[in-house]
Design a protein around this ligand. Sequence first.
Ligand SMILES: Cc1ncc(COP(=O)(O)O)c(C=O)c1O
Length: 390
Amino acid sequence: MESARVAGFGTSVFSEMSRLAVQHQAVNLGQGFPDFDGPKEIAQAAIDAITSGANQYAVGQGNPVLRTAIAAHSQRFYGQQVDPMTEVGVTSGATEAIFAAVQGLTNPGDEVVLFEPFYDSYLASVQMAQAVPRFVRLRAPDAAHSTWWFDDAELVAAFSSRTKLVIVNTPHNPTGKIFTRAELERIGELTRKHDAVLLSDEVYEHLVFDGGTHLRPATLPGFRDFTLTVSSGGKTFSYTGWKIGWHLGRKELVSAVQKAHQWITFCAAAPFQVAIAKGLELPDSYFTGFVESYTQKRDFLSGALTKAGFEVLPCAGTYFLMARTDRHRKAGEDDVAFCKRLLLDHGVASIPPSVFYSKEHAPDVHGMVRFAFCKTDAVLSAAAERLARL
Ligand SMILES: Cc1ncc(COP(=O)(O)O)c(C=O)c1O
């Protein structure tokens, strides 16, 4: 009965893990959303927007106040100049921006290059647009590589005359990898050569650790013309449920996304747009404090996992840790079975990273697990106690 577009979509492992976590009162380090609220002044701005009447449809492309704040934020943090009237659009979260971009920029049969592991909505968006995914595998750190890496020949082989779109996510969920300038330049070179568009998903742009700064691909020389930047307020301001996302780039790119967006949701939630505009204007101290607090959380959880016998892989950004499970994994157990056992027997919910892979490459990470550390210190401590008993 169901269409080919949705065939194969099951209940996501995220929902199942969350359901099991509630049922078994597990400490939930699974799904990637904070278990605390963001700044009070942003919540107050949303309340004020509601009580002062910002309750009807917003301008489809986004409230000009928010678009202006997005442009100012891009200038302030990356020296990137965009015209808020033609080069910025607002959507219901980054997820809608990605979905609309795939709809607006590809025809059935066109190819989209995805790096595995990928945020799972990418593949679903590609499938629903009847485009064809071409995968490039990020390989786990090894003796020769201190971070996740990809093979250049595999990257080249993923491109063809049908390539229309390339999706990069930096900082990267779930690996915590930050793409280097050289990697981005290589990806950009191939994208340009094939006359494709680079969609850069930067929802973790303000979660870069250890003194690093976020490198926005669109600001690299020559990238402006073919790069569409996508981000959202969910992660940066800890209000993921508000689903305020945006995209910026050359006006032809933004207009293609907006053409799809007008028939998907038409506009994002009006009062939350006003509030997120306020968030983007917060002083630098907010953004530095945000990174500091997440650095502590990362280090705490990383320490607890290491003590518990996991091999924690380096995490330069995002709020996720990937760890190898070799010491605890039973013979023949894949990551899904491991995560279920960790939840049912030890009371800690996590995510099996194979959900971020195509079926054929899922075995790459059968010996790994992803933990989210966007949780209160009390929850992280409770997780540490349970992990210590492993
Ligand atoms: C890489 C990545 N992109 C996009 C999103 C979704 O963003 P939003 O909640 O703004 O739709 C997420 C959420 O987990 C993500 O990890």
